[in-house]
Design a protein around this ligand. Structure first.
Ligand code: FES
Ligand code: FES
Length: 151
């Protein structure tokens, strides 16, 4: 048995040690907001937070998480920065197909928490690992600036 803490709830899991966290989230716990994109830590669709740090869930064996706290898109709106990011995402109609957007929001939330007034370069650096095949990058940048200005 492996115990992990997700969105302030503990879960006991009867899974293999090497099962990636993304599979646990989606297939075992039904937390399907976190998406499978590339499966090789290259696209950012599966971004979650571990102790607040954006992390790729597709390549993280569940046995390595230990006591660290996982936050997913389902609960990021409970944080101050997460709520602000989600609000400006809607106001700016950032989303196109939506597939990458959970990961984008997780990355943007961590950026805003660590850097309350990011420059364009700061945003591009922080978000560069999150790929959007719909090309919503300009709206993402505008929304992050708006969230910073709304602080
Ligand atoms: S699915 Fe994890 S980074 Fe692409
Ligand atoms: S909104 Fe479609 S992949 Fe980003």
């Amino acid at each position: 048995m492996i115990t992990i803490r997700i969105n302030n709830e503990s879960h006991q899991l009867d899974v293999t040690d090497d099962m990636p966290l993304l599979w646990v989230l989606r297939d075992i716990l039904g937390l399907t907001g976190t998406k499978y994109g590339c499966g090789v830590a290259q696209c950012g669709a599966c971004t979650i937070h571990i102790d607040g740090i954006p992390t790729r869930a597709c390549q993280l064996p569940v046995s390595l998480i230990g006591d660290r706290h996982i936050t997913t898109i389902e609960a990021i709106g409970n944080t101050r920065e997460g709520a602000r990011i989600q609000a400006v995402w809607l106001q700016n109609q950032v989303i196109q197909c939506g597939y990458c957007q959970s990961g984008q929001i997780m990355a943007a939330t961590a950026l805003l928490r660590d850097n309350p007034n990011p420059t364009d370069d700061d945003i591009d650096d922080a978000m560069s690992g999150n790929i959007c095949r719909c090309g919503t990058y300009v709206r993402i940048r505008e929304a992050i600036h708006q969230a910073a200005n709304n602080a």
